[in-house]
Write a new protein. Structure first.
Length: 277
């Protein structure tokens, strides 16, 4: 393949990529640990980590070996068969968390879509109730698919995409009274990030998290915790929720779970997961 110079590559990149993002004027070539190099060999320290994705950094030897081994055996088999790594990962996630069941998908947005669907279905199938609404928090980010972006309580992500998926209402972060004010007879779940990432690295207070658990218990709703960005050891515990002495009903994971390989997971207690038949 003809080697294109960087200026021409950047021009090509800018004119052909969807204008939804505006990347830096750098064409990265390779990385090692937390360092990356561009095509000219200039070295950078990567403080972004793919936005909290690269839990093992770039090109970690164990990850390269595991992926190389796996891709030379099986790349994809659908959900119609089992594979050994899939089962081992399910068991490991269950061993480390509150969960009894794991649903795998490809991204954080999909993990949240599954959580939203599971909460609605749990209300319908298990509780035999018409509840369907979710309360989410201002400043949140739950992903870019329609359900997840409708759950995302930031107007800038909705602009021009309306109408959003119905059934979401937005309360103030760290303000239990605001959550109570949004509560209706149709509230099926509350969805919260223990540390809001996109919202500016805002940490939920202990009172708030415990208050959400209490409200959900008292009123028969599910507590969904989005740990796509805060999970996988980023706060010193496997799940950030562990800092709060609160047991969620559903947790979503992605980002650091794959270290850069697309994967998402929706974790749930048996009683809740049972709605997903
Ligand atoms: C808290 C949170 N939830 C969900 C998502 C969406 O994840 P993905 O980009 O894998 O769809 C993100 C991504 O930044 C996130 O920070």
């Amino acid at each position: 393949m003809e080697k294109r110079d960087t200026v021409s590559l950047l021009a090509g990149g800018r004119s052909t990529m969807s204008p939804s993002y505006s990347p830096q004027s750098v064409v990265l070539d390779h990385g090692k640990g937390m360092r990356v190099w561009d095509r000219e060999g200039k070295e950078y320290l990567d403080f972004l980590g793919g936005i909290a994705v690269l839990s093992l950094g770039h090109a970690h030897p164990a990850m390269v070996a595991a992926l190389t081994d796996q891709i030379s055996k099986l790349t994809h088999i659908s959900n119609i068969y089992f594979s050994e790594p899939q089962i081992l990962l399910q068991e490991e996630l269950i061993r480390r968390t509150f969960a009894d069941r794991v649903f795998f998908c490809n991204s954080g947005a999909e993990a949240n879509e599954a959580a939203i669907k599971l909460a609605r279905r749990y209300a319908r199938i298990v509780q035999r109730s018409p509840k369907f609404e979710l309360i989410t928090l201002e400043g949140s980010f739950h992903g870019r698919t329609y359900g997840a972006v409708s759950a995302t309580a930031q107007p800038k992500y909705h602009e021009g995409f309306e109408p959003m998926v119905p059934g979401f209402s937005y309360a103030k972060f760290n303000d239990l009274a605001s959550v109570e004010a949004r509560w209706t007879a149709h509230t099926a779940a509350v969805m919260v990030e223990p540390v809001q990432g996109e919202g500016g690295v805002r940490v939920a207070s202990r009172d708030f998290m415990q208050g959400l658990r209490r409200l959900c218990d008292e009123r028969g709703a599910l507590l969904i915790v989005d740990e796509v960005q805060s999970g996988i050891g980023r706060t010193g515990r496997f799940l950030a929720t562990e800092h709060y002495g609160v047991e969620p009903d559903i947790v979503t994971l992605a980002k650091g779970l794959g270290g850069g390989v697309p994967i998402g997971a929706t974790l749930a207690k048996e009683s809740v997961a049972a709605a997903f038949t």
